[in-house]
Design a protein around this ligand. Structure first.
Ligand SMILES: Cc1cc2nc3c(=O)[nH]c(=O)nc-3n(C[C@H](O)[C@H](O)[C@H](O)COP(=O)(O)O)c2cc1C
Length: 145
């Protein structure tokens, strides 16, 4: 199983419709091509983990790099692992835009999301990098620290 993680900057005027369209295309393509992963969006930044067959993931990443809805695409890590992490997710999507900073529901969701990361057994380097970045984006430290 090949995986990679990248981050990028969304264009300033990105709309909810743009994101919905990206997800529609992603979920359709990914399910047909055995790709899974997680797309995280926060403060106009994207963070995405893609996992699947190496050639398919690399070709998809090239297409994603050319997408006009974001720029400064930076590959953070890539490598191989034994098993999928996001088995059931053709592309899980988490939007933690900080418009509602004081929203209690949002805060609870963030805590649940981070608690989930602690449950992943034997995390690969890419998975560790992914959750580290999520925490950096959210300015949250690992649990118990
Ligand atoms: C942040 C971001 C994440 C994306 N993730 C995926 C994805 O997981 N799968 C996918 O097929 N397309 C994804 N896309 C869309 C691709 O960039 C591209 O539009 C899509 O592969 C269709 O390309 P084509 O029109 O050249 O066939 C993503 C785009 C962006 C901006």
């Amino acid at each position: 199983m090949f995986e990679l993680v990248y981050q990028s900057n969304a264009i300033p005027d990105l709309t909810t419709e743009n994101i919905e369209r990206i997800l529609e295309v992603a979920q359709n393509f990914n399910s047909k091509n055995n790709i899974s992963g997680c797309l995280f969006y926060h403060d106009h930044k994207f963070l995405q983990l893609l996992e699947g067959d190496e050639e398919v993931v690399r070709n998809l990443f090239n297409k994603i790099c050319q997408n006009k809805f974001h720029s400064k695409v930076e590959l953070l890590t890539e490598g191989f692992k034994e098993e999928r992490t996001f088995e059931k997710w053709k592309m899980a999507y988490v939007d933690l835009s900080s418009d509602h900073k004081h929203d209690k529901e949002r805060e609870l969701f963030v805590l649940n999301f981070l608690a989930y990361s602690e449950l992943i057994e034997k995390p690969s380097p890419a998975i560790k990098e992914f959750w580290k970045k999520v925490r950096d984006f959210l300015e949250k430290r690992p649990m118990g620290q």
